[in-house]
Design a protein around this ligand. Sequence first.
Ligand SMILES: C[S@@+](CC[C@H](N)C(=O)[O-])C[C@H]1O[C@@H](n2cnc3c(N)ncnc32)[C@H](O)[C@@H]1O
Length: 215
Amino acid sequence: MSIIPTELENYAEAHTDPESDLLKQINRETYAQVLHPLMLSGHLQGRLLSLLSKLIRPRRILEIGTFTGYSAICLAEGLAEDGLLFTIEANEEMAPRINQYFSRTDKSSQLRPITGNAIQVIPTLRETWDLVFIDADKANYSTYFDLVVPAVRKGGLIIADNVLWKGKVVEQNDGKSSNKNTDAILAFNEKVHRDERVSNLLLPVRDGLLIIQKN
Ligand SMILES: C[S@@+](CC[C@H](N)C(=O)[O-])C[C@H]1O[C@@H](n2cnc3c(N)ncnc32)[C@H](O)[C@@H]1O
């Protein structure tokens, strides 16, 4: 799911801190045992999420879309000592795998995996977010953004994954495509770009990361 040529991605990975043994294992087992493994953030993006989190030292992180827990573990690397990371996954079959991986991190007591539909779960979490990672169903990206913006602190970050959608965002005509997910991503990118409550930077890393800061 990368828009960068494989050779360049390999070169970038070779000149980036390596994954921990646990992250390597999650990466390997996800590709060997789980459907749609390309959804996993992976080495380069994982290190970027870790770095951004370490810069912020968040007390509260929200992740929408846990999958096998790879990105959650990367984001948790930056948690403040009294910090918590909440991560929501709709597919209940993922829970045993997520719990098993989370139990093996040195941040396990700070991780709060939740099984459920993020649209229903988010309003029940009465927290002020320092960092939010949106990485679930593309059709609801705008809904997730609207749900979380009021609860993000001033200066806090929202990071949205897959905003270049394998390059499909520039293949459409007249701002519309024939694909519902592409249309949703196009509408989301436009909406964020026009929203005066936030500043934004679209980074062409992997499948496109939109880094949004609350003004
Ligand atoms: C792209 S994957 C997440 C990848 C993960 N963040 C990582 O980087 O390793 C998206 C996940 O969102 C989950 N998902 C889809 N719709 C959801 C919803 N409404 N609420 C919560 N999770 C959802 C899917 O089951 C899938 O596991």
